[in-house]
Write a protein that binds this ligand. Sequence first.
Ligand code: HEM
Ligand code: HEM
Length: 199
Amino acid sequence: MNRKSTDFLTISNWYCTVKRNHLNYVTFKCNYVRINAPIATNGLSTSLFLHGIIFNMYTGLLHLHRMIAYIALILIFVTMLKAMFGMLNKKSFTEGDRKLGLFALISGHVQLLLGLALIFIGPIMSHFSNLGEVMKNSELRFLVIEHPLTMTIGIILITIGYSKSKKADTDRSKFKSMAFFYLLGLVLILSRTPWQKLA
Ligand code: HEM
Ligand code: HEM
């Protein structure tokens, strides 16, 4: 490759894998986001190498975010159902009920943390400078705005539900806070889950 260090390689959908073969050529497996990566004359530049690490990190975090998505959805759903059942049948609120709600809360918080990491290290940041274009493209709008924002609000509602339930002094009001806020949170989360990527 006879390129100047200022040359740029344009790649579409970059965040799968970056591989370097024995001739120092770099291959990218891609999908839909586009970035420019600088290439140096002498093999792989540091910057491209760093991009490689970040690509792989992004892929790893994305897999983790998808795996925990199943766990979070199930835990939030079960907590909400159990709280509704407990409230309607006037059951007493047990330590098990609190722990179930806590695990659902933690899985939501971990999703929040992973989601924020994905935004900061991934291609989404670069779209914030061009929100006009993002808004016009439904796929990008989902990725950059709708999914992160709606999920964050859903997780905040679940956190409020857990916190209110912890402070409430009767079993019925403990169940009621969990049932109500976890249901609201769940509805928002379900509405903006990328199901095609989960299946
Ligand atoms: C319970 C809450 C959440 C669930 C169930 C969920 C689910 C998912 C799923 C299934 C994906 C697709 C994974 C893949 O392509 O393999 C995804 C991607 C993503 N999520 Fe979430 N998510 C949640 C919360 C959040 C939050 C709170 C944020 C940010 C604040 C966030 C940001 C992202 C980002 C940036 C991507 C990557 C999109 C891409 O590169 O294709 N997520 N999420
Ligand atoms: C961006 C990241 C995060 C934010 C903004 C956040 C925010 C919060 C807030 C506001 C509460 C208070 C709930 C209350 O009023 O009781 C809370 C509670 C909690 N968070 Fe997070 N959190 C984050 C990440 C995490 C992570 C990564 C974990 C665990 C791995 C976690 C575990 C917990 C637990 C266990 C509680 C409940 C403590 C209790 O009252 O029993 N959080 N978080």
